[in-house]
Design a protein around this ligand. Structure first.
Ligand code: ATP
Ligand code: MG
Length: 386
């Protein structure tokens, strides 16, 4: 569909393919760039992306969906049975011209992709959620469970992280806060990024992780691998659902504990949404600096209650949860999506304990229509970042 961006000599792609095959790891633009460099090839952005695209095509092998997955800026490809294939390339859902001959063809494609990842997808196990080798998330539910036919949802990983400069340009981060965020990263203080669904938490986290000094070691723990920080030293751990016999599940909690033995300079929990909060808080309270992660919360004020609820469900009492939150988490960055649909870093908060011992959030910076304004927590933030 789209012509190759560059006239790539086939041997360039071959060289990169061979080099990548020799070392384990996901196919990422970063690794492509490294392989090009190691092969003594010129490494321009356009070359890296072109080689990456070319290699992605082989790994994904999503048949008629391939051309859609290769379109610039595509984030989602959604198959609703044989007759409707939608895509999202930033401007909402669009119906694509792609169709399948019948539902059996959609089913075969779904089964092939699942089988390629060693998973079963049939009438006994009619749904499946997994990550393809190139990082694309693949989810499928077979008909007749799903209507109007077998439904496949593909989420394409971002090719590269947004930079802080790009988030500023997009209106997400007020330029006057850039230095505060840099100072936050450099201070190695523990922070959480909170916000509602799709408010850009993961994106901001990746941008901040890209600012971490290159000599530090990042260990990422995620339910589904999606963070792609632009950083030379990243190790990722991904949770695993139970297999068809209900065995073999690896929980995020387990991985957080494993991560601590891996000498992380930064322990990153991509999304805190369950019992792993207990292990994360424990780590942050036992001298592990530089912890961070995202947390779903509709307002910055909600953060302590949300942590408390997650911790309680995992057996950690209210008092303990608050006390560990207060001493373990230094800063909360809250994002929200305005009426204009723009995602904004709306508040920088610091958790403070009141007389009763419970944590409340104090705004250190509140971003209003006129820009950032200092709040009651400003002094505490300055102290933390000193
Ligand atoms: N500042 C931004 N400008 C434009 N697009 C953005 C921005 N931040 C994030 N996005 C896009 O919005 C979508 C959701 O972003 P992201 O995954 O970071 O949100 P999230 O809050 O982590 O979502 P979830 O609640 O699903 O975890 C992504 O497609 C991402 O590329
Ligand atoms: Mg997220």
């Amino acid at each position: 569909m789209r012509p190759p961006a560059l006239d790539l000599a086939p041997e360039v792609v071959e060289t990169v393919r061979e080099r990548l095959a020799r070392t384990p790891g996901d196919l990422t633009p970063h690794r492509v760039a490294e392989a090009l460099r190691a092969a003594g090839r010129p490494v321009g952005d356009a070359t890296v992306i072109a080689v990456y695209d070319e290699l992605r095509r082989d790994v994904v092998g999503a048949g008629p969906l391939d051309p859609l997955l290769r379109l610039a800026g595509v984030t989602d490809v959604l198959v609703n049975g044989p007759d409707a294939v939608y895509l999202d390339r930033g401007g909402g859902l669009e119906l694509s011209p792609v169709t399948f001959p019948d539902d059996a063809a959609v089913r075969r494609l779904a089964q092939r992709l699942a089988a390629g990842a060693g998973r079963r997808l049939d009438d006994a196990a009619p749904h499946c959620d997994l990550r393809l080798p190139d990082g694309t998330r693949f989810h499928a539910v077979l008909a007749p469970l799903a209507r109007p036919g077998t439904v496949i949802s593909l989420r394409v990983p971002p090719r590269r992280a947004f930079t802080l400069a790009e988030l500023i340009a997009a209106g997400t981060v007020d330029a006057r806060l850039a230095e505060v965020l840099r100072a936050l990263v450099n201070s190695r203080r523990a922070f959480l990024i909170s916000g509602g669904t799709g408010s850009g938490k993961t994106t901001l986290l990746a941008a901040l992780l890209s600012l971490v000094p290159p000599q530090e070691r990042l260990v990422l723990v995620e339910d589904a691998s999606e963070l792609r920080p632009d950083h030379p030293h990243v190790v990722g751990l991904e949770a695993r659902p139970a297999n068809i016999e209900g065995a073999g599940a690896i929980q995020l909690r387990t991985l957080v504990r494993q991560a601590l033995r891996m000498r992380p300079d930064r322990l990153v929990v991509g999304e805190v949404r369950g019992g792993e909060v207990v292990d994360l808080l424990a780590a942050l309270n036992t001298g592990h600096e530089g912890g961070c992660g995202t947390l779903h919360a509709n307002s910055a004020l909600d953060v302590p209650a949300r942590i408390e609820a997650l911790a309680l469900a995992a057996g950690l009492g209210r008092e303990a949860a608050h006390s560990q939150l207060a001493s373990g988490v230094d800063v909360v960055l809250h994002l929200s999506r305005g009426r204009d649909r723009v995602r904004r870093l709306e508040q920088i908060g610091v958790p403070l304990r009141d007389e009763s011992g419970l944590v409340t959030m104090a705004a250190a910076v509140q971003v209003g229509p006129a820009g950032p304004e200092e709040g009651a927590g400003a002094g505490r933030l300055a102290e933390l970042l000193r």
